[in-house]
Design a protein around this ligand. Sequence first.
Ligand code: SAM
Ligand code: SF4
Ligand code: SF4
Length: 391
Amino acid sequence: MSERIIPLHDERTRQARPFVPTPHILAKGLITDQLNRPLRDLRISVTDRCNFRCQYCMPKEVFDSNYKYLPHSDLLSFEEIARLSQLFVNHGVKKLRLTGGEPLLRKNIDILIAQLAHIKTPDASPLDLTLTTNGSLLSKKARALKEAGLKRITVSLDAMSDEVFKLMNDVDYPVQDVLAGIQSAQDVGLGRDALGHFSGLKINMVVKRGTNDQEVLPMVRYFRGKGMSLRFIEYMDVGSTNGWKMQEVLPSSELIERIGKEFDLQALPSNTAGETAKRFGFKNQSGHIDPSLGEIGVISSVTQAFCGDCNRARLSTEGQLYMCLFASKGFDLKSLLRTQASDEEITSAIAHLWGQRSDRYSELRAQQNTGSDMGHPPPGHKRVEMSYIGG
Ligand code: SAM
Ligand code: SF4
Ligand code: SF4
């Protein structure tokens, strides 16, 4: 039994109905916030449940058999998610990412994907539809996901060594099964681009110094040459349950230095505005970047905040809209949906909420704290759990 007493900030079931401005604000394919940032990316949590207990996300001490998950009636239905997604896309969202909890635990998730794949963008550009998973159910579901219209996928994997992987997931889940899931995704062509590389298949590793940082190089050795993108994420102080310490963050700069000692890397230009990862390609023997070798990326959420370009909103499992990963409150879009609000009213409410947004938590934290204190939230600041609003 752990001695840690972890206060869980329970933001669920808030019911304040968002303000609906009249005359209604119409969708014009672009809305900007107080810092002139457009809304381009919506992350949708489809379940608050997970079959892993990663200590940095859903530690066992808190998410145990007494933990009360949301009842099914509180979750947004597929129809509600699809309806909201279309309204967000009308406002200029270009990317939808399904997440959780573990999104593949949501029953019939392929049906939701098929509904989202039909969404039309205002300028007829293709919608970027993707999903983040721990990979445990991927062997079973890869084909159905692909056939439903999923274009890209991100698989989280924190180690190559079975021992370290089991320590990270804390449910004794073997690494081989996730690797088999990744193989299934490749076999059905999930994330394969026109050149036959798997640029739309990403592997995310959260790096915790002293726990799995020795796995960084084995991960690079394994995935280099497979045409995928391997991304390293700095361990973040999300939520209030993971006992985060700055000493456990491995800064991306140090990580790149370590990888650079063994592999010849070259920085790549960013693909899109608001891209969170700094990307690097592998050079081949003649000194040129070889895309067939794949690439690596680092997401320096703690040591180099990127709030200035943050174009992401998050929709929680029960339909609360969060403007920042570290926000302490959400806005209850479900209450609009379930009180028969019209599309025009919801569109207007979303535009108003985004227009009010000024969140830039990571930048402020970096300015306020330095050294080992860095990452401590301002006194009284409470944060929701990542499994609830989605990563
Ligand atoms: N269960 C799915 C998975 O693990 O991919 C989707 C949800 S999970 C919350 C989304 C992503 O958030 C995962 O890549 C996970 O590793 C990352 N994550 C969770 N807690 C984190 C933390 N404290 N710091 C950095 N990344 C974290
Ligand atoms: Fe589950 Fe993903 Fe959180 Fe791990 S990171 S506990 S797999 S939701
Ligand atoms: Fe975006 Fe908030 Fe993260 Fe800054 S801290 S990048 S505003 S989610």
